[in-house]
Design a protein around this ligand. Structure first.
Ligand SMILES: [Zn+2]
Length: 266
């Protein structure tokens, strides 16, 4: 069997601890009135990264950090899986990925995150999918890219209508880039996949790899990725624009937090 297909099946079967509690609870919910349930009770237990990948979480994050440093922040937004392997292999001071690290990377790409409360659509089907450089355009002074066509057009229209204080904070993200962001988040939540995926889509599930992008207020820093962005003049202006739609509204069905800064293009 082809190694990738083998790993794909393998990842589906055992990479993550099976999770049944949620189904049990869902059955109970049907039998009870909501009022009967203790409001403080967390109905769904959080799901954690399998302990057997504890070391790989650290080692892979470290390699991705080194690769990002090696090729530059901007280029890292577009880097493909196969190019990532090559850089790790040939750059000095970066070790090639081990078999277990690759197994971990593939499992984090191919597993089904609905097991921990993430219900967004699957966007990328192969870990080796690439972003063609002729399809994207670099946005000056941001370190980010946008897809040519609708995303680029929408962004510049926003700048024209709102002003130069609205800026691109994250654009095109390759599978590798999304993997790095997701693993950083999983690390910050100490392996809690349920919490991590509320604020960052797992690698195969981000709309950033097909056209969506994030905007913020110039000089607002990290607050651009918090609900505080919704209090800015830039956001108020943005809401008036009829061609703008938010991807992750309050209580969206994807299981993602409210993200007023994330622009839906596709
Ligand atoms: Zn976003």
């Amino acid at each position: 069997m082809n190694r990738r297909i083998f790993l794909k099946n393998f990842a589906k079967s055992i990479a993550f601890t099976p999770f049944f509690l949620k189904d049990l609870y869902a059955n109970n919910l049907e039998k009870h009135h909501f009022n009967d349930i203790d409001k403080n009770l967390n109905p769904v237990a959080d799901v954690y990264l399998d302990n057997k990948y504890k070391y790989e979480l650290l080692s892979v994050r470290n390699k991705l950090k080194l690769i990002q440093r090696h090729i530059g922040y901007g280029n890292f937004n577009l880097i493909s899986f196969d190019r990532m392997l090559k850089v790790a292999r040939y750059a000095s001071k970066i070790q090639r990925f081990t078999k277990k690290e690759l197994e971990f990377l593939e499992s984090i790409f191919y597993y089904n995150p609905s097991s921990h409360g993430f219900f967004g659509n699957k966007i990328s089907s192969n870990i080796t999918d690439i972003i063609k450089s002729r399809e994207v355009v670099k946005i000056p002074r941001t370190g980010h890219y946008l897809f040519k066509g609708q995303p680029e057009k929408t962004y510049y229209e926003m700048k024209k209508d709102i002003g130069n204080t609205i800026i691109l904070t994250s654009g095109v993200r390759s599978i590798v880039k999304q993997t790095k962001l997701f693993l950083d988040k999983v690390n910050r939540t100490k392996g809690n996949l349920s919490i991590a995926s509320r604020s960052l889509a797992p690698p195969a599930f981000t709309y950033h790899s097909i056209g969506d992008f994030d905007v913020g207020k110039k000089g607002y820093g990290y607050a651009n990725f918090t609900e505080r962005f919704a209090l800015t003049q830039e956001f108020l202006e943005m809401k008036k624009l009829r061609y703008i739609e938010m991807r992750y509204t309050v209580n969206n069905k994807d299981g993602v937090r409210y993200e007023p800064w994330h622009i839906k293009v596709i």
